[in-house]
Design a protein around this ligand. Sequence first.
Ligand SMILES: Cc1ncc(COP(=O)(O)O)c(C=O)c1O
Length: 381
Amino acid sequence: MRKTSRKSAAKPQVKPARKGIETLVRKDLRKLETYQPIVLPGALPTDGKQPDGRLIKLDGNENPYGCSPRVQEALRVYQGYNIYPDPDQRELRTAIAAYAGVDSKYVLAGAGSDELIDLLMRLFLDPGDTVLNFTPTFGMYSVNAAVCGGRAINIPRRDDYTIDVEDGLEAVENNTKLIFIANPNNPTGTLTPRDDIARLLKTDAIVVVDEAYYEFSGATMADLVAKHQNLVVLRTFSKWAGLAGLRVGYGIMSPAIVQRLMAIKPPYNVSVAAQVAVLESLKDIDYLKGTVKKILDERDRLFVILQNLDFMTPVPTESNFILCKVIDRNPKKMRDDLRKQGIFLRYFDTPKLKDCIRISVGLPQDTDALIWALRAWEDYQ
Ligand SMILES: Cc1ncc(COP(=O)(O)O)c(C=O)c1O
């Protein structure tokens, strides 16, 4: 028998961990209320499909027409995937600036506007600083504030989901660093008038106007950025340009903020694939504007049909989705039951939205299938 050395015979000593992972996590993050992202089709055992095998995805405000076909081709032939992107985003910022009608020194791109929301919070929030938020609104503002050591102050919107600027102004404290307004607002689709935003700009806080759905609403504050150092406009290529999966958005803001964000952002935050896709999209604006128009036409058709269902009251919208009040029916059950048939809608278990369902605008055949399924569903309630 081979002699085993004393060393190898010894039992491996595993040092008992002195602290669990949880005790190492930042104290203020241990009970973080996380953002509830959409649950991808196929993730639940109960997920179904349409009789023809299709999925009707109306829960993410994505573009049902996809990106420009030119983007697909540009990504296929691009040769430089082995090289890091330009940290200063020169070509990208120049192209975006030309599209947005501003000088490139006012522009910064991010991995989705989500990244820019995060970077702004990191830049401006000291521990305990506050972020004003008009709720219900896009959930990332309050989650990100908490992640960055700040605190969201939620100002409830009125019953018609408009904002009361007086309430906002009263809530501003010395340590309020940021005010977020999604315009149009997600998930309500409502717009805040320019004059109201202008009043908020008179405070010392940075006012972030999130125009993720700008191409659908046509409303913007971008023309005021040169005049107001504290105004930041955020936009994205996720919705109108059909690039949600590639993650690219941008901000228009004073060059001083651009420089500060440049200094703290990860150097290669926007991938070369995303850059190729944006540059090509901006060469095919007519095509993309055409799909935006189709979505808007379909939204108007869907709105009227929903109005005619006696258990749904759609909220007037300036975006590519429609929030509906569900009358005397359970919207969560509606979401779950339609999911089993391959139709995906968005439900939010949060104040002022518990009796609502949000429907993204899809293709005309998606609308037809949705309405058929909703009518059948209602018969069984
Ligand atoms: C209001 C609003 N802002 C920002 C985003 C994030 O967009 P992006 O895909 O550019 O990160 C969304 C996405 O749904 C949104 O609705």
